[in-house]
Design a protein around this ligand. Structure first.
Ligand SMILES: [Zn+2]
Ligand SMILES: [Zn+2]
Length: 338
C-alpha cells in the first residue's frame, strides 16, 4: 500500500495525522504550520510590540526550549516586531527539583543563546526568597498542612518571575505553555471550583495591573505532541528526567482524561481553551475595577491582605527569615548606583 500524500503540498508523503483537522501532513508542512500558528498567535493578540523587552522563561523542558528556538529564529528572519529584545532566564528552585530536572539542559540553552544572540541568566529561589521550595514544603508538611510540592513551587515561581522581570526591566515574560497545558488549566480551574483563577487566563497579556509583568504564551495553540515532534526534528532535547513530584500532580491524571475525551471530540482542547478565554475576558472586565492591595508583609500586589507567597511562607514558619532576606535585597537595591 502506498503512503498517502500530504494534504497540504500534495507532493511529499504524509508522516503525521492531525486529528483535530483530519489533515495528513508531511514533516515540512507540519513544521511550517506550527511556525505559522505561533507567528499568527503573536500577531493576532499583539503578544509583542516594537521595542518590547521579552524574557523567555526556560524550564529546561522541550516546550520552553522550542519557544526560545522559535523566537530566536523569527527574530533572525525579521518576523518579530522591530527592536524586540530577548533575554532567556531559568529559575533554579533548589533541591530536589533543579539538581537534574531544570538544569539538565543548560548546555543546550547556552548553545541557543549563542546561536540567536539571546543572553541567558539563572536565578535561584535562595537568592530571590532566602528560602527554597523544599524548605517551605517541609515547614508546611511538618505542621501537617498538606500542600502539594508543585503548588508551592508554582506560587513561588510566579512571584519569582515578577521579581526577575523587574530586575531585568522586562516588558513581557514568555512561557512555553502549549495547548495541552492550557486546556488542562481550564479543567483544573473548573474541577477545583476556582473561578478567580480564570482572570489570569487568556491569550493577551494583562497589561494594566501594577506590579505584574504581563505573561505571554506564544505556543498556546500548538498541541503538545506537535511541539515534541518539532523539537525532536530540530535537535531540541526532549526531557529525559521528569520532575520527581509529577506522579501525584493533578495535571498528570488530566493528561490521560483529556486524551480519552479527545477520541470522541478531536477539538476538545481548542474548545476548552476558547471557553477559558471567554470566561477570562468576562472576569477581567469585572476585576479591572477592583483596586489591588499591597501585601501587609512584602508589599507585593495582592487582592487580599496577605499575598499567596507570604501566606505559604508564614504557615511554613519561615516568614521572619523571608522578611529579613527581603530587607537585605531592598538595601542592596537602593545602594546600587543604577
Ligand atoms: Zn506537505
Ligand atoms: Zn507578601
Amino acid at each position: 500500500m502506498e503512503t498517502p500524500a500530504c494534504t497540504r503540498c500534495g507532493r511529499r508523503p504524509a508522516n503525521y495525522y492531525r486529528t483535530s483537522s483530519g489533515e495528513r501532513l508531511c514533516l515540512n508542512c507540519l513544521f511550517r504550520s506550527i511556525e505559522d500558528t505561533v507567528l499568527r498567535t503573536i500577531k493576532k493578540y499583539q503578544l509583542m510590540i516594537e521595542g518590547d523587552k521579552v524574557g523567555i522563561a526556560i524550564s529546561g523542558g522541550k516546550d520552553s526550549l522550542t519557544l526560545m528556538y522559535l523566537l530566536g529564529k523569527f527574530r533572525k528572519k525579521g518576523e518579530l516586531p522591530k527592536n524586540v529584545e530577548l533575554i532567556a532566564f531559568s529559575i533554579n528552585e533548589g533541591q530536589p527539583y533543579s539538581c537534574f530536572y531544570r538544569m539538565a539542559r543548560s548546555d543546550y540553552v547556552r548553545k541557543l543563546s549563542d546561536e540567536f544572540n539571546i543572553p541567558y541568566r539563572v536565578f535561584t529561589f535562595k537568592e530571590l526568597f532566602g528560602v527554597t521550595a523544599a524548605e517551605v514544603a517541609h515547614g508546611l508538611w511538618s505542621k501537617e498542612i498538606n500542600i502539594h510540592m508543585c503548588t508551592i513551587d508554582g506560587v513561588l515561581r510566579r512571584r519569582a518571575m515578577n521579581i526577575i522581570g523587574r530586575q531585568l526591566g522586562l516588558t513581557k515574560i514568555a512561557t512555553g505553555h502549549n495547548l495541552d497545558d492550557e486546556s488542562q488549566t481550564v479543567l483544573l480551574n473548573v474541577t477545583s471550583n476556582d473561578l478567580d483563577r480564570f482572570s489570569w487566563f487568556g491569550p493577551t497579556p494583562e497589561v494594566d495591573r501594577e506590579g505584574f509583568i504581563p505573561r505571554i504564551k506564544p505556543l498556546r495553540f500548538v498541541r503538545e505532541e506537535e511541539v515534541a515532534i518539532y523539537a525532536h526534528y530540530h535537535g531540541i532535547p526532549l526531557m529525559e528526567l521528569e520532575c520527581p513530584f509529577v506522579y501525584n500532580n493533578p495535571r498528570y491524571e488530566l493528561k490521560f482524561t483529556l486524551a480519552r475525551w479527545e477520541r470522541d471530540n478531536p477539538n476538545i482542547k481548542h474548545s476548552l481553551v476558547s471557553f477559558g478565554d471567554s470566561l477570562a475576558k468576562l472576569l477581567r472586565e469585572r476585576t479591572a475595577k477592583v483596586p489591588l492591595n499591597r501585601c501587609r508583609y512584602c508589599g507585593e500586589p495582592t487582592s487580599g491582605d496577605v499575598c499567596r507567597v507570604c501566606d505559604l511562607i508564614s504557615r511554613a514558619g519561615l516568614l521572619d527569615k523571608y522578611l529579613v532576606h527581603l530587607r537585605t535585597l531592598k538595601l542592596t537595591d537602593t545602594q546600587s548606583p543604577s
